[in-house]
Design a protein around this ligand. Structure first.
Ligand code: AHR
Length: 676
């Protein structure tokens, strides 16, 4: 029995109404208990330029953000150094293929690389003939990468390793599924005994015949003898400009349009102990010669393929200013006395020379040898991370400050001490401000910088996030509170110069810190609501903040701001209104745009984007990566006075397209109209 045409139409109408209510087609007609008015001086006469630098990103090697993340290297522990310099050592995550009667695997210290002497020795006991026949697939070792390698059909992978052998070499190099099932790509490396009597570099290009996100790299043989292996690397060719950054994760960063990138930490820079802190000199030059290190705060080994050079390259590729955080002789548990800190100061000066020195300078020449003869645009350095309270911080800081200021007067130096409540007692160009807190507290901090002195060093809010139960693994609630905080920073961008969320990345297999902006595994990724929230601010850098005031009847859960910005794509000018409704009740927001010519806004081309969800604790996930993402719609009627329903628990953005030539520029004569 089918539905009649009439009942079908009624059903469709009902469905339409339900869909419309859910997606708020009828903005103005939806019931809202609360009223508010946002009055904006849209003339721009009282506007102020937001710093070009305001919103950027902070990359820390935490949660396998780099190793097993943005850095596309597929092999984990490629030099067999992760088990320490002593032998025998743990070769994890490498595993042996073959039984005790067919192969004996151990580490020794015969590598050709001076800074990382550990190599892998494979004594193959079986053979292709005789009475100890090797299994058909051979014996050897495999590396599962970082919780499985993502090998994709049609893509090319460059495998590089170093080998030595007592006899002829017959080594199969292959990508297979886990449990060795399925050959995705393979090649044979053959050579005579004399070819491999000394350490020899082998390079092979493998093209994948199939896709498997949980693959492994195998090195196997069926020939008796002894083989040594070292520095085994497998990189996809498909990385941004061949620079080694995993394409999909890199694109997520591009979409944020960050003005700067702070790196490489965080606590990663400090270490629990100084001996485990990141040291830039051990992370430049040929990758094979980098010793790697154990990051003892976040508890994992990095081969340091993503080193100081690569961070600078990443900044350049993102068109973002690099902000280098270096260790100032202070870790979580030990400190260098100020009287002995000069070698650390010299290390920082050398690092700046590496980034900026010309090709004839000692360290600039190493940068040039790595393929970047032109200097990197390093203009900001941070002396340590969260070390202000440490015994030697001020003393050490002053040594760094004096030396860097003398050698590089244009570099801006960032202190770890918070200058927002009391003025700094030492010279600095900026002070670092970190805030991890509950959603309510973060929301209330939208006004924190209203109360800060307007003179002196500016704030670098280099780490902010809602954490704890309000945030889960990245909730809408957290994103809303953070959005309010950022609106506050935007309004106070005369004293706040930079801001970045933390942490940026998490590999879902190693969640050391919750929540994070971008979640990934070997082949999937998604942005948390906080990631999408940040995109609402990506046009703010260099935009004009319009003077606005908000009058609300009974609600203090609303915060709003207005900017004008120019699209780099269509070169058109927009007024952008952002409003966070942190409460559970819809708000009828009346927007009055003063100082505009009549009809100076265009309905066509004006849009509304709303970040919300049915439950304020909703999160995205691999199975529902777009559960909480902005939904964009066209704005039907725009005008100098308009009403917008701001949904409960939402972050709403209105981009109102302006006719050109009708906005007065900040500081322009009040009777003059000019275009931006
Ligand atoms: O962002 C995570 C950590 O939080 C950073 O490493 C540290 O600076 C802060 O304590």
């Amino acid at each position: 029995m089918g539905l009649s045409k009439a009942s079908c139409n009624v059903f469709l109408l009902q469905l339409f109404i339900v869909v419309c209510l859910v997606f708020q087609c009828f903005d103005v007609k939806v019931h809202a208990d609360l009223n508010a008015t946002l009055t904006v001086d849209a003339s721009g006469a009282s506007g102020r330029q937001i710093p070009e630098t305001l919103f950027g990103i902070f990359f820390e090697e935490i949660n396998h953000a780099g190793a097993g993340g943005l850095w596309a290297e597929l092999v984990s522990n490629r030099g067999f150094e992760a088990g320490g310099p002593n032998i025998p050592s743990n070769i994890d995550p490498w595993s042996i293929i073959g039984s005790e009667t067919s192969i004996n695997v151990e580490t020794d210290r015969t590598s050709c690389f001076e800074r990382n002497k550990v190599a892998l020795r494979l004594e193959v006991l079986c053979d292709s003939t005789g009475n100890n026949i090797c299994p058909a697939d051979g014996v050897g070792v495999y590396n599962p990468g970082f919780w499985g390698m993502n090998i994709e059909q049609g893509k090319k992978y460059k495998v590089v390793f170093y080998a030595r052998s007592t006899g002829p070499l017959n080594l199969s190099v292959s990508f297979t599924g886990s449990n060795s099932v399925g050959n995705l790509a393979s090649t044979m490396i053959k050579g005579s005994a004399s070819d491999f009597s000394n350490w020899t570099k082998v390079e092979a290009l493998l093209v994948a015949k199939a896709t498997n996100p949980n693959s492994r790299l195998q090195l196997t043989t069926t020939t008796k003898g002894v083989i040594w292996l070292d520095q085994v690397s497998a990189m996809p060719l498909d990385t941004y400009k061949g620079h080694g950054f995993r394409s999909d994760l890199f694109q997520m960063l591009v979409d944020m349009k960050p003005s700067f990138i702070r790196f490489p930490g965080g606590c990663f820079v400090e270490g629990d102990w100084l001996m485990n802190a990141f040291r830039w000199k051990a992370a430049v030059g040929p990758w094979e010669e980098r010793p790697g290190h154990f990051g003892d705060v976040w508890k994992y080994w990095t081969d340091d393929g993503l080193g100081y050079f690569e961070f600078l390259q990443l900044a350049e590729d993102l068109d973002a200013l690099p902000i280098w955080v270096f260790n100032n002789g202070v870790s979580h548990n030990d400190e260098v006395d100020t009287t002995a800190v000069l070698p650390f100061v010299q290390e920082a000066l050398d690092g700046i020379e590496f980034a900026r020195g010309d090709q004839t300078s000692k360290w600039g020449s190493i940068r040039a040898s790595m393929g970047h003869p032109e200097p990197f645009n390093l203009k900001y350095v941070a002396v340590g991370n969260e070390d202000c309270g440490k015994k030697n911080y001020r003393g050490n800081y002053l040594k760094f400050y004096g030396a860097i200021r003398r050698a590089y007067p244009d570099i801006e130096i960032i202190s770890n001490c918070d200058g927002s409540s009391t003025p700094l007692d030492h010279p600095a160009d900026m002070y670092d401000y970190h805030i991890y807190t509950s959603a309510n507290d973060m929301f209330s901090r939208a006004t924190t910088f209203n109360r800060v002195t307007r003179s002196g060093p500016k704030a670098f809010v280099s780490e902010y996030a809602v954490t704890g139960k309000d945030a889960g693994q990245g909730s809408l609630l957290a994103a809303l509170a953070e959005a309010a905080f950022l609106i506050g920073l935007e309004k106070n961008s005369d004293v706040v110069k930079m801001a970045s969320y933390a942490p940026l990345f998490v590999n879902a297999n190693d969640r050391r810190w919750n929540p994070d902006s971008i979640v990934f595994n070997s082949f999937q990724l998604y942005g948390t609501p906080s990631y999408w929230m940040q995109l609402f601010f990506s046009e703010s850098n260099g935009a004009t903040l319009l003077n606005s005031s908000l009058q609300a009847t009974a609600s203090n859960s609303l915060i709003a701001s207005a900017i004008t910005w120019q699209s780099s794509v269509d070169k058109k000018n927009y007024i952008r209104i952002k409003a966070v409704n942190f409460g559970a009740t819809a708000v009828n927001l009346k927007i009055s745009l003063n100082g505009l010519d009549p009809n100076s806004l265009q309905s066509s081309g004006s849009t509304k984007s709303v970040l919300t969800s049915t439950n304020v604790m909703d999160e995205n996930s691999f199975s529902q990566p777009k559960k909480v993402v902005p939904i964009q719609s066209l704005v039907q009627s725009v005008g100098k006075d308009m009403n917008v329903i701001v949904a409960p628990h939402s972050f709403t953005l209105l981009d109102l397209l302006k006719e050109s030539s009708n906005l007065k520029m900040p500081g322009s004569d009040s009777s003059t109209w000019s275009s931006i």
